[in-house]
Design a protein around this ligand. Sequence first.
Ligand SMILES: Nc1ncnc2c1ncn2[C@@H]1O[C@H](COP(=O)(O)OP(=O)(O)OP(=O)(O)O)[C@@H](O)[C@H]1O
Ligand SMILES: [Mg+2]
Length: 268
Amino acid sequence: MSDLLVIDHLSKSFPKKKSDNLLVLDDINVHLAEGEFMALLGASGCGKSTLLRIVAGLEQPTSGGVWLDGHELVGPGRDRGMVFQAYTLYPWLSALKNVEFALSDRPARERTDTAREYLDVVGLAEFADHYPSQLSGGMQQRVAIARALALRPRILLMDEPFGALDAQTRGVMQELLLSIWERDRLSVLFVTHDVEESLILSDRVCVLASRPGRVKEIVEVTLPRPRMFGLQDTVEFRDLKHHVHSLIHDEAVRATGLEAVLARGKRP
Ligand SMILES: Nc1ncnc2c1ncn2[C@@H]1O[C@H](COP(=O)(O)OP(=O)(O)OP(=O)(O)O)[C@@H](O)[C@H]1O
Ligand SMILES: [Mg+2]
């Protein structure tokens, strides 16, 4: 399979006020195949959003680069659809107009038809005229997903899109996303700090280490598809979860600087 997205020797530092620069991402190398679903998993502050924002073209790398379809990315583009963690709809526009807004370069008729089509894909056809304040958080994120999909992007970039939802709604949203992914054979880069979510959704989980953010391990998720309800109770799922948890746990301990304190407690 050919690579759709290549993140090559990518590093990112932010200037600090007094001392040296803060190195946030250090030599990240990731390849994503066409149609692949990859999760980026890591502790808070490890640089997940920064990496996604660089791929989205909203931030520039300090060194290295990102290639999509063999072209180096230098800024934002309609070939990438982004869904942010916070709700980002325009409150003064209806659901339909919010989706149409992303399509401002298209003729009016096509804009409306496409926006309606994608609101239907996320099950919100009947809510086209509702304003964000009249929609639940889950519904607002579905509009945001429709808005990203309506661009028919080469890749969908999602930054903890379900992080603010309750567990039940989150489960249903994961199912919805997988059904759309299977239908359209999308390519997805999905940021999460939730181990179960990363395993339910993805083909591979890219586990990031913290301070600076580095690729710790890329875990193949060998679970069969479609991923059915009850998947989490299988031995295969639990084994993978255990493995990924142990990677993340080491990182969390390191990130908090508590290695010595915790090691003290383990002494016989
Ligand atoms: N514009 C910026 N200027 C300076 N520092 C930044 C900037 N953006 C991010 N950082 C720093 O980069 C590090 C990584 O931030 P980032 O938001 O990418 O982490 P994250 O993994 O997405 O965390 P979370 O899970 O909490 O969303 C943090 O230390 C943050 O303070
Ligand atoms: Mg983040």
